[in-house]
Design a protein around this ligand. Structure first.
Ligand code: UN1
Length: 519
């Protein structure tokens, strides 16, 4: 292993040059298929991880249920105290974990550290929440009666997360699920098992020190089979899935068919609209980060750019200048802004998308190819580096695949509009509905944008780009993005079961609605 990779793994107590156990449910095991963690920057194999065998998955589900039965009776503020300790433990390893995210996923260092910060932030949030997950007292129409709405823990929550946020998305789910009193079982992406192991080591250390069953925050690494086993299991009360629309559609159907709860965070096809009165010195860098940050591999990445005719040439020339300044590099080097795509397969998806744009006659303003490996030099020649691309398709037609398909790579399509209504129709004209962003200083445009005839996405920003949401608001999208909400806002309400309790304190037993029946 390279010295750099060894140093990062050692700092997180991950053994080097060994097959790692990829299952935790109070103890570490792992005897299933081997997963390979591969560095997307160099192609170096970082570790081999033994995933969950069918028996181990079964055991993990069983242990999760047992852990839930203990954990649900611990008062919520006491659960909050455990979360506070998890927050402290995570923060003390923020830089090391952030470096591991960069090493294993490929995003640049500040973004790697930033996503660990999201976990720290949501842990803070959930500490507060642990004293505020309030039910309600509802007025009864009957004398001497009260109606209570009571939130109770749900049971076992499985979190199936994606490669692109290998730490934060689990964090959003774990923090709320734990505050709510559930046991959480995590299956990370099969290509980022080390992030799963490193985070679980930190969290389980806190649980064990508090005498809480480790399976309150269990881990099962694995591929499709393990995922299918979780999704089909009657022992899983809620499945929180982040990933592609195709897989999400299947997960949704399977969980629904057994009447489980499902929370889906699927694709995005996020648009930025720039009005003629926008401050371009702010809007251009925001589009640059939205489209190129994380090499275009956020669900919230900017994929469509709608420019008012009056500012389009000026905007594009400034944006191209920023693109021209970009050099691909080692995501761990402080100056790098563009890391690799996560997998070799993603490079193929990128190339196919560019080819499709060329076929329809789009003008490629910049990019459009892989970086030449020889020019990058060793060891980056083993990495999945592609040029961020800006394309202007010949027509703006949201029925066309070039506009309506989410390509998980830095490809930005540009259209020019004359009236805001037209741009809003384009914004809403795709199947996905995650994030959207309007740039204007005119309050009337803002009113249209956030109102009933405005953006139909879950995230509707003004003078803020499509990506990089804070944890305080509920995160999620509408339409084929799946309608799920995670993180802040009212998202916690999905992690509990609600009981409506009508209680009679009186000496009578009247029926509601005045119904008379002999007693
Ligand atoms: C994702 O891409 O799955 O808003 C999550 C953002 C981040 C989270 C993205 N806070 O871009």
């Amino acid at each position: 292993l390279s010295t750099r990779a060894s140093a990062i793994l050692s700092a997180l107590d991950i053994p080097i040059d060994k097959e790692l156990a990829g299952v935790y449910h109070g103890e570490w095991t792992g005897s299933g298929d081997l997963l390979e963690s591969k560095c997307p920057t160099t192609g170096e194999v970082l570790a081999r991880v033994r995933s969950a065998s069918p028996e181990e998955l079964h055991a993990a589900l069983h242990k999760s249920r047992e852990a839930y039965q203990v954990f649900r009776s611990i008062p919520a503020p006491k659960r909050g105290e455990i979360l506070r300790q998890i927050r402290v433990a995570l923060a003390s390893k923020r830089d090391e974990l952030g470096a591991l995210v960069s090493l294993e996923m490929g995003k640049i260092r500040t973004e790697g550290v930033g996503e660990v910060q999201e976990f720290v932030d949501i842990a803070d949030y959930a500490v507060g929440l642990s004293r505020m997950m309030n039910g309600r007292l509802v007025a009864s129409e009957r004398p001497g009666h009260s109606i209570l709405e009571v939130p109770n823990p749900l049971g076992v929550v499985a979190v199936l997360s994606a490669f692109n946020f290998p730490v934060a998305v689990y964090g959003w789910n774990l923090a709320l699920s734990l505050a709510a009193g559930n046991a959480t079982l995590w299956k990370p992406s099969p290509s980022t098992p080390l992030c799963g192991i490193a985070v679980t080591k930190i969290v389980s250390g806190v649980l064990e020190r508090n005498g809480v069953p480790g399976a309150v925050a269990g881990l099962v690494t694995g591929d499709k089979d393990v995922g299918a086993g979780i999704v089909e299991s009657q022992d899983v009360d809620m499945v929180s899935f982040t990933g592609s629309e195709a897989v999400g559609r299947h997960v949704g159907k399977v969980v629904q068919s057994r009447f489980g709860k499902v929370l889906l965070e699927l694709g995005g096809n996020n648009a930025v609209i720039v009005m003629p009165d926008a401050d371009l010195s702010l809007a251009v860098p925001a589009v640059f980060f939205g489209a190129v940050g994380t090499a275009g591999q956020r669900c919230t990445s900017t994929r469509r750019l709608f420019l008012h005719r009056a500012i389009a040439p000026e905007f594009l020339s400034r944006l191209r200048a920023l693109y021209a300044s970009l050099l691909p590099g080692d995501p761990l080097a402080p100056s790098t802004l563009l890391g690799p795509l996560h997998t070799r397969a993603a490079v193929g998806v990128y190339s196919d998308a560019v080819a499709r744009l060329q076929t329809v006659g789009a003008e490629i303003l910049t990019g459009g190819a892989r970086y030449d490996g020889a020019a990058l030099g060793s060891p980056l020649d083993g990495g999945n580096f592609v040029q961020p691309t800006i394309a202007v398709p010949p027509t703006v037609d949201m029925g066309d695949a070039v506009w309506r398909t989410e390509t998980f790579a830095p490809v930005l399509c540009v259209g020019v509009f004359d009236a805001l209504e037209e741009a809003i129709a384009w914004n809403n004209g795709v199947p996905q509905g995650l994030s959207s962003s309007l740039w204007t200083r005119d309050l009337r445009n803002v009113g249209k944008w956030i109102g009933p005839a405005g953006s139909d996405a879950g995230i509707v920003n003004v003078n803020v780009g499509t990506s990089g949401a804070e944890i305080g608001a509920a995160f999620g999208g509408n339409k084929t993005t799946g309608w799920g909400r995670e993180s802040g806002g009212d998202a916690w309400k999905q992690y509990v079961r609600w009981s409506a309790c009508t209680i009679n304190f009186s000496d009578e037993a009247p029926l509601a609605q005045g119904v008379q029946f002999p007693s």
